[in-house]
Design a protein around this ligand. Structure first.
Ligand code: AMP
Length: 284
């Protein structure tokens, strides 16, 4: 069956009214151009909930000036087909003015957690993310919402927002889905030329190497960072944006690896494309 496609908050709320008090509602927010990473969230959501809602909205507020909002890949027809195959119940694909009507002026800021790592390279990014996620939660009122560990900082920021604002939703974080060669799936991989894609593999390769060393006993963060940097330096086509080793709960700089509370996060530029990847020790 085709998912019910809704485009306004009134439509999706109305559609959900029949389930509100008797069924669990699972929610997967996305920016579309779906790949198997997104679909793994949808599959998990289907397993754990009676009703599955997927949103598709490229959120301008989480893109900085000069970033790729205008060229971000979009293919609604293909996305709808994939969601139909997975038997998703409801798709919510609002327009820009539906979400941000003229004069829109309210934002959510998650202090500190939103300012480091990607927040440092992309000022305002997590303000945009937290704002859209809260708005979508208020529209859908899900029992559970599904996010990927691929965007580990996003997961930490959203969990903090949910906790700080007493939101009544369970946040579920799902593992990173990768191509067989190790590259984490991302809608932005569509930007890469063949050479760039091959070069991008140095990021998962570097993470894999240091992860093995850590599992072997390496604990000194400065050594971990040196190793990552050296691995990245081997690939002339990439530029490191950041490589950081931080606590998973507070995203604070570590000197020693904590096997139960560490995020090793990297961001690189491959030509004009910015890609992120990470691994965690512990649970978000
Ligand atoms: P996006 O459309 O990029 O905003 O992503 C929507 C959701 O899919 C976010 O929660 C992402 O973390 C998640 N996601 C994106 N890529 C992957 C991946 N390779 N594996 C698992 N989840 C992913």
């Amino acid at each position: 069956m085709k998912p019910v496609q809704t485009k306004t908050s009134e439509e999706v709320k109305k559609e959900l009214r029949q389930y509100r008090y008797s069924k669990t509602i699972g929610f997967v927010p996305t920016m579309g151009y779906l790949h198997n990473g997104h679909l793994s969230l949808v599959e998990q959501c289907k397993k754990e909930n009676d009703v599955t809602v997927v949103s598709i909205f490229v959120n301008p507020k989480q893109f900085g000036p000069g970033e790729d909002f205008n060229i971000y890949p979009r293919d609604m027809a293909r996305d709808l087909k994939l969601l139909e195959e997975l038997e998703v119940d409801i798709v919510f694909s609002p327009s820009l003015v539906e979400i941000y009507p003229a004069g829109y002026s309210t934002y959510v800021e998650v202090e500190k957690l939103g300012d480091v790592l990607c927040g440092n390279s992309r000022p305002g990014h997590f303000r945009g993310v937290a704002t859209i996620v809260l708005k979508l939660f208020n529209i859908v009122e899900p029992t559970r919402a599904y996010f990927g560990q691929k965007d580990a900082q996003q997961a930490v920021v959203i969990k903090k927002m949910v906790n700080d604002l007493n939101l009544d939703v369970v946040i579920r974080i799902m593992p990173i889905v990768r191509d067989p060669d190790g590259l984490a799936l991302s809608s932005r991989n569509a930007y890469l030329s063949r050479e760039e894609r091959a070069a991008a593999l140095c990021m998962p390769g570097a993470l894999q190497k240091v992860r093995a060393k850590i599992l072997d006993g390496l604990r000194d963060v400065s050594v971990v960072k040196d190793m990552l940097q050296r691995e990245m330096n081997k690939e002339p086509l990439i530029n490191v944006d950041y490589l950081e080793v931080v606590s998973l709960d507070g995203l604070e700089t570590l000197e020693e690896i904590d096997m139960h509370n560490t995020l090793v996060a990297t961001a690189i530029w491959v030509g004009k494309t910015r890609l992120i990847d990470n691994f965690i020790l512990g649970e978000i």
